[in-house]
Design a protein around this ligand. Sequence first.
Ligand SMILES: *[C@@H]1O[C@H](CO)[C@@H](O)[C@H](O)[C@H]1NC(C)=O
Ligand SMILES: *[C@@H]1O[C@H](CO)[C@@H](O)[C@H](O)[C@H]1NC(C)=O
Ligand SMILES: *[C@@H]1O[C@H](CO)[C@@H](O)[C@H](O)[C@H]1NC(C)=O
Ligand SMILES: *[C@@H]1O[C@H](CO)[C@@H](O)[C@H](O)[C@H]1NC(C)=O
Length: 230
Amino acid sequence: MGAGAPPAPLGFSLGLLLLLGLARAGGAYKPVIVVHGLFDSPADFQHLLGFINETHPGTNVTVVDLFDHSESLRPLWLQVEGFRRAIAPIMANAADGVHLLCYSQGGLICRALLCTMPEHNVDTFISLSAPQMGQYGDTVYLKWLFPQHVKTNIYRICYTQLGQDVSICNYWNDPHHRDLYLNSSSFLALLNDERLHPNASAWKRNLLRIQNMVLIGGPDDGVITPWQSR
Ligand SMILES: *[C@@H]1O[C@H](CO)[C@@H](O)[C@H](O)[C@H]1NC(C)=O
Ligand SMILES: *[C@@H]1O[C@H](CO)[C@@H](O)[C@H](O)[C@H]1NC(C)=O
Ligand SMILES: *[C@@H]1O[C@H](CO)[C@@H](O)[C@H](O)[C@H]1NC(C)=O
Ligand SMILES: *[C@@H]1O[C@H](CO)[C@@H](O)[C@H](O)[C@H]1NC(C)=O
C-alpha cells in the first residue's frame, strides 16, 4: 500500500543499491524494474530514480506505468497479467537479467509475477514495505474506502466474490475469520500456500529462479498492519 510519497528512507536505499552493485555483471548494471504500490504512480518515484542515477549512473530503470492511482484497486491477478505483459520485453532485452524493486502492494504483485513466470530472469527481488503476509488494520485508505465499517467488519465485504474484485481484499488477512479467508481469498491464500492448489510446486520452482531476495520493513511504517507482515 502506498503511503503517498514513497518511500525509501535513504539508509535503506543505500543498502539496497550497494546490494544491486554487488550483483553487477559484465561492466554494466542490470536494468531495474520498479512496480509501484496502492494509489501510487511512477511520478512518486523521482527521488528513488535520482538516487539510483547518482550512485549507479547509466542504470536503465523502468517504473512501470500501469494501474496508477485508483486503478491500483483493480483485482491483483488482473494487475499481475498487465505487469507481466509490460515487463516480459524488458526481461527479454536483458541477457544478464534484471532486478525487481517492488513497493508495498507492488511487492505482492511481484511475488505473483515471479511465481507465474517460468522464464523470468530476475536476479534480485526487493520487497519494500510489502504486506507479504496480508493486511489487518485500519489505515487512512481503509477508512476512506469503507467508511461504514471498522476493521473487524471488513471481512464481510472482502471475503465475498465481489470483495475479491478489490485489490486490498485480495490480501486482507483477518485472523478472526481464518476459515473464510482460506476459503475466499483468491490471491494471498494461494500465493502463501495456505490453500492447496495444483500449481503450487510450479510456482515454487519459478520463484526460486531468483538469486537474492531482500525484504525491507519496519515498525514506523504506519500503513502496513501488523508491520511484521512484511
Ligand atoms: C543523472 O545524473 C546526471 C549527473 O548528475 C544528470 O546530469 C542527469 O540528468 C541524471 N539523469 C537522470 C535521468 O536523472
Ligand atoms: C531501457 O530499457 C527499455 C526497456 O527494455 C528500452 O526500451 C530502452 O531502450 C532502454 N534505454 C536505454 C537508454 O538503454
Ligand atoms: C466457500 O466458498 C464457496 C465459493 O466461494 C462458497 O460457495 C462456500 O459457501 C464457502 N464455504 C464456506 C464454509 O464459507
Ligand atoms: C494453474 O496453471 C494453469 C496453466 O498455467 C492455469 O490455467 C490455472 O489457472 C492455474 N491454476 C491456478 C489455481 O492458479
